[in-house]
Design a protein around this ligand. Structure first.
Ligand SMILES: Nc1ncnc2c1ncn2[C@@H]1O[C@H](COP(=O)(O)OP(=O)(O)OP(=O)(O)O)[C@@H](O)[C@H]1O
Length: 263
């Protein structure tokens, strides 16, 4: 069938469509014919233990790696054929910290905005819009180095939202943070999803970051074991909770998806 690239079809396309994607490191298969979708306006959690293949998948969606097997589309745009159009609509928070610690917070944000063609005035307006009412609004002139780990992460999230992308990927954004910072970050991203109608793919190995209203994709050993709304997956596994459903699907102990006890 000829693909439909009309304006209507593109407007109705999922935020992210991954179809039959595989990836190997030498002989090690990290992703094995992975398919799933992130519907527009959804908060979709990519739930998988360490080594499941989450970061590999993010490297493919962001084009750090070439997609050799299968197809990825962002808002209907094929990543391999129209990389510019696809990536323009994408914002990313990688697992590793990527702010320049010797620049001020504002400089970090303005630099990213300029790369996306925004003027200084547009950038300032957008920062104020995202950080309205936040304690970080008063700290924009400070060097990034003066912020705590949780605050740095929040600024990276602001940066990912700056150019109004339609899809945002976050790769285990709360790793290493204390419980309070983790909760702040999850709720901040959920608020932005609601207010801006943006779609989010949130990679995590922590079950307590999943909400009843989320869609989830369970990834284990490079394969998608389940995809859907939380209540549907719980029911399909005849489980009492999403924790139980995850244990049944993966055969792993519950402790693999519990947060480490940071203060
Ligand atoms: N550069 C690499 N070379 C060889 N093997 C790799 C490389 N990167 C990842 N792998 C392997 O690919 C598999 C998937 O790893 P990946 O980092 O994508 O998983 P993950 O779900 O993101 O886990 P984590 O949360 O630990 O990063 C693992 O078996 C991992 O050891």
């Amino acid at each position: 069938m000829t693909p439909d690239f009309s304006a209507e079809a593109l407007a109705a396309a999922p935020a992210l469509a991954v179809r039959g994607v595989s990836h190997s490191y030498g002989d090690r298969k990290a992703l094995d014919s992975v398919s799933f979708t992130v519907p527009q306006g959804s908060f979709t959690a990519l739930l998988g233990p360490n080594g499941a293949g989450k970061s590999t998948l993010f490297s493919l969606v962001t084009r750090l790696f070439n997609v050799r097997d299968g197809e990825i589309r962002i808002l209907g745009r094929r990543l391999n054929e129209e990389p510019g159009e696809a990536l323009r609509r994408l914002g990313v928070v990688f697992q590793a910290r990527t702010l320049d610690l010797d620049l001020s917070i504002r400089q970090n944000l303005n630099y990213h905005a300029a790369l996306h063609g925004m003027t200084g005035t547009e950038a300032s307006r957008r920062i104020a819009e995202i950080l309205e009412g936040s304690d970080l609004m008063d700290r924009l002139g400070e060097k990034a180095r003066s912020l705590s780990g949780g605050q740095l992460r929040r600024i990276e999230i602001v940066r990912a939202f700056m150019h109004r992308p339609r899809l945002i990927l976050l790769d285990e954004p709360t790793v290493g943070l204390d419980i309070r910072s983790r909760a702040e970050i999850v709720s901040e991203v959920r608020r932005l999803v609601k207010e801006e109608g943006v779609s989010v793919l949130w990679a995590t190995h922590l079950i307590d970051e999943i909400d009843e209203t989320d869609r989830i994709v369970v990834l284990h050993h490079g394969k998608v074991l389940a995809e859907g709304n939380v209540p549907d997956i719980v029911a399909a596994e005849s489980a009492g909770s999403i924790r139980d459903a995850f244990t049944r699907l993966t055969g792993l102990a519950k402790s693999t998806v519990e947060p480490e006890m940071a203060s």
